[in-house]
Design a protein around this ligand. Structure first.
Ligand code: G1P
Length: 300
């Protein structure tokens, strides 16, 4: 990583995973949406892997009291591992062990669903003195290809403050997102942020740059989270804490990401992600491609 040092980068990733998963009912009656498999790997592992790749050593999963299975997923399964080992199933053994080897996993409990900002705040007691910044990864968002967090760490090394990931999306699709008010820097893919607003109507959106579920936040965010009032949807919004920091002169930039993105938070987005990943999978890709072509060709 060029330019980023231990003081300016991050070691801890916070992953809010306390949502009810209402868009995925009835499956989420029994299975947290973060454990639904994209081909064969739960979304939470994909996000953990992205965080580890960017240098995170620890992941704090913020979840609700009845969703601890999201955290249990990262513990070892000695009996299963011994059975696979005995049977010589080394590929499966590697898959079973992979998640637990990525980084240290801790849990923080959000007792009440009071919003994303409130969820992130629950992870503060898990931090150490040297956590000067934290990454926040929303597991609903797959940002592809991975690597944007490393670029965000470089931008923090240059400008200080906090750095978020933005997608440029059509104005008429902007209202489900946090939207940035930006100006240019000397790098076309890095913008200075002057304000941020959660879920604006398209006509009120300050730009077409939307927050895409990846944040590199200075530790000052926790103080700001303690000072915000309920905002959009009556919830404590992470966006409002970022906006508060900006209003107090804290530098905030975005890295504009040009790759792909999948929304795992609803069945339509999830299916796209699964098909996208499956098409690239050597075991399933070729026959899926053939079947899809035939299926689409005969669809009416
Ligand atoms: C959250 C954030 C929003 C961001 C979005 C990205 O909204 O509040 O600012 O743009 O994630 O997916 P949610 O999707 O939880 O409503």
């Amino acid at each position: 990583m060029t330019g980023a040092t231990i003081e300016t980068t991050f070691r801890t990733a916070i992953v809010p995973a306390a949502g009810l998963g209402t868009r995925f009912l009835p499956a989420t009656k029994a299975v947290p949406k973060e454990l639904l498999p994209v081909v064969d790997t739960p979304g939470i592992e994909l996000v953990a892997s992205e965080a580890a790749e960017a240098g995170a050593r620890r992941m704090v999963i913020v979840t609700s009291p009845d969703k601890k299975s999201v955290v249990d997923y990262f513990s070892s399964k000695p009996e299963l591992e011994a059975t696979l080992e005995r049977k010589g199933k080394t590929a499966q053994l590697e898959k079973v062990r992979r998640a637990g080897e990525l980084l240290d996993v801790e849990v923080a409990i959000q007792e009440e669903a009071l919003g994303l900002g409130h969820a992130v705040a629950q992870a503060e007691p898990n931090l150490d003195d040297d956590d000067t910044a934290v990454a926040v990864l929303l597991p609903d968002d797959l940002v592809l290809p991975t690597g944007v967090l490393s670029k965000m760490a470089e931008v923090r090394a240059r400008y200080g403050g906090s750095v978020l990931c933005a997608f440029d999306i059509p104005k008429e699709q902007i209202s489900p997102y946090g939207v940035f008010d930006v100006s240019d820097t000397d790098d076309a893919d890095v913008k200075r942020v002057h304000g941020m607003v959660e879920k604006p109507a398209p006509e009120d959106a300050p730009s077409t740059y939307a927050a895409a579920g990846r944040y590199l936040l200075d530790r000052a965010i926790f103080d700001a989270l303690g000072r915000i009032e309920p905002g959009s949807g009556g919830e404590l919004q992470l966006t409002d804490a970022v906006a508060l920091l900006i209003s107090e002169g804290h530098p905030v930039h975005v890295v504009v990401h040009h790759g792909g993105r999948h929304d795992l938070g609803n069945p339509g987005g999830f299916l796209r992600a699964a098909v996208d990943f499956a098409l690239d999978n050597p075991d399933y890709g070729p026959s899926l491609r053939e079947w899809l072509i035939e299926r689409i060709g005969t669809a009416h």
